[in-house]
Design a protein around this ligand. Structure first.
Ligand SMILES: C[S@@+](CC[C@H](N)C(=O)[O-])C[C@H]1O[C@@H](n2cnc3c(N)ncnc32)[C@H](O)[C@@H]1O
Length: 233
């Protein structure tokens, strides 16, 4: 598992010290172990887990600005991409949020086992947690596999500081950016870059959409819990 991870990182041009690699491996082992009795991910094979969850999360690493102090991962599930990036970036404070308790219980266990002081785990929905004085407080937003772009924009943009960045991970060719024009306008945000990338072993294509928040968000967003999904902007 370690060799496979190191080979993947090398092909992305990334290098981390031994403590970080040890933590990533310990996290992967905890996930494989916990997944035997609690369903956290459908990926059970070690190499696929490393490529499709760990390396996939690290595709974002080079897009994280050096000035980033705070990050939020909405719908982090078993910690992708947020827990991986928290381990790789110990100086950034990460909030890892999910509405499903068994997932946040697992992340709390990983945080404690690895002694990760830069990680806060929250069991809540984005539309509720925003009420906790968290509006406009994050430099970086992360979200993978939660919903369509026009839905997750409404969850995410209110959390970001003005000038903050949302790095949305998408499968290639969904064209969701075309359906998101209204959401981007209403939330005073714009697409700055679209990166087309590949996973190193399977060559599966991946897209990262870099979105910048330009102005403070109107306090009516996000709308009530469930509405962003039911009636996307
Ligand atoms: C398909 S999983 C993706 C998990 C992880 N990001 C990944 O890529 O492996 C989507 C997750 O988003 C969470 N979720 C969906 N809507 C949410 C919301 N409004 N607030 C917080 N979490 C949400 C679900 O509980 C679920 O764990």
């Amino acid at each position: 598992m370690r060799e496979y991870l190191l080979k993947g990182l090398e092909s992305l041009g990334l290098e981390f010290d031994k403590v970080i690699i040890d933590n990533l491996i310990a996290y992967a082992k905890l996930l494989l172990e916990t997944n035997k009795h609690t369903n956290l991910t459908a990926i059970r094979d070690e190499d696929s887990l490393i490529e499709k969850h760990f390396i996939d999360s690290m595709l974002l690493q080079k897009s994280i600005s050096e000035n980033t102090e705070t990050a939020i991962d909405i719908g982090t599930g078993a910690g992708f991409p947020g827990m991986v990036l928290a381990i790789c970036n110990p100086k950034i404070k990460f909030t890892l949020m999910d509405s499903v308790g068994k997932k946040t219980d697992f992340l709390e266990m990983v945080k404690n086992e690895l002694g990760l002081e830069n990680v806060e785990v929250i069991n809540d929905r984005a539309e509720e947690f925003i009420k906790n004085e968290k509006r406009g407080t994050y430099d970086l937003g992360l979200c993978r596999g939660v919903s369509k772009l026009n839905v997750i924009l409404e969850y995410m943009i209110p959390f970001l500081k003005v000038d903050g960045v949302f790095l949305a991970q998408k499968m290639e060719g969904t064209g969701e950016e075309n359906e998101s024009e209204n959401a981007l306008n209403v939330l005073d945000s714009e697409i700055e870059e679209i990166y087309k990338l590949e996973l190193p072993f399977s060559s599966d294509p991946r897209t990262i959409i870099k979105i910048r928040k330009n102005k403070a968000t109107n306090s009516k967003y996000p709308r009530r819990t469930g509405i962003p999904l039911k009636r996307p902007l």
